[in-house]
Ligand binder design. Sequence first.
Ligand code: IDP
Length: 142
Amino acid sequence: MAVERTLSIIKPDAVAKNVIGEIIARFEKAGLRVVAAKMQQLSREQAEGFYAEHKERPFFKDLVDFMTSGPVVVQVLEGENAIVQNRELMGATNPKEAAPGTIRADFAESIDANAVHGSDSAASAEREVAYFFAAEEVCARS
Ligand code: IDP
């Protein structure tokens, strides 16, 4: 399997709950490595650009409101099969449907406030990593 990179965001609800460390521990225990990380307050423009593919969806304004409601932790995770592995660790978008033991099942409240984001494909991962990090900010570990 190929070593991949994927973008992870610990969303404002999880930051507010003070579970940043517990979430990162799950990535590390699964063999993923943090190769870039920063905490930041997203502007509306940044959140809208990041979620541009959802612009026409009815929940877009709520999503942007939520993602700008407090600081987030943005990370690049690296590892074997990192994109799918991260999605499996996260669980389903709606925490009520997320498998037991997943991050969203354990830490998320609702489909809006669902604790984490993870890139859903290689193309998304490439775009999303570049959206938040310059090449020299990503520290190769493999
Ligand atoms: P994902 O985060 O699991 O990849 P996406 O379908 O890409 O899910 O949606 C992006 C984000 O938009 C979700 O994480 C969630 O916060 C929000 N979202 C998705 N669908 C809904 C919905 O039906 N109502 C409210 N928010 C939604």
